[in-house]
Design a protein around this ligand. Sequence first.
Ligand code: CTP
Ligand code: CA
Length: 224
Amino acid sequence: LDTVFATGALAGLSVLITAGPTREPLDPVRYLTNRSSGKMGYALARAAREAGARVTLVSGPTAIAPPPGVECVHVETAQQMHEAVMSRVAQAQVFVATAAVADYRPASIADQKIKKDAARRSLELERNPDILAAVAALPQRPLVVGFAAETQDLERNARAKLMKKGLDLIAANDVSGGRGFDADDNALTLLWPGGGTTLPLQSKEQLARQLVAVIADRMGEANS
Ligand code: CTP
Ligand code: CA
């Protein structure tokens, strides 16, 4: 593992990473969001930088500062994240989607605060673009790495996402019982077409370094 960092296994490469939650406004004072601290994506940005890569982080709102030497583009909504990614992905050799993107946004945004009147209300939602699938579908694409947050059937659901979106690598995360979210520690199951490995419970910083080593390995595989 140390050789990955000592030799700068990602030197000369550009890595684009999404991180954090997205925020989907409902009215001027309310929004829908996902649980995500951004820790995994920021740790990955740091590790990729330390392995010699040029790193751009497209991040939803988080409480953490971008690691040194990492360019950070701040966004709020899934649509903004989608645009920020699509306008930069042509320069990247590796794309990693760690963001907890809201799958849906309110179909309309009220321009005034919604008042409480009716005893019951329903909310119409519209699908957001799938950023990871959009990058994977590009004719000229980087190595594409996704995450999968699952509460059940971790490996089966993650492998289905890997195949369906045509990814090069997926990092599956067991989030049953709220695990993995605000924690500093996590475990990951890594799957790629024809293979896989598990990274046992450890700090997100260490986990990120191991994931970078596997990404460098997959890059080597793709170029051989
Ligand atoms: N993702 C994305 N854009 C979206 C939704 C998800 O880029 N609009 C990315 C996430 O960053 C993650 C991967 O897709 O890398 C999987 O996200 P996940 O929520 O686990 O899966 P979905 O494909 O959204 O499917 P579902 O929520 O129905 O399980
Ligand atoms: Ca989702």
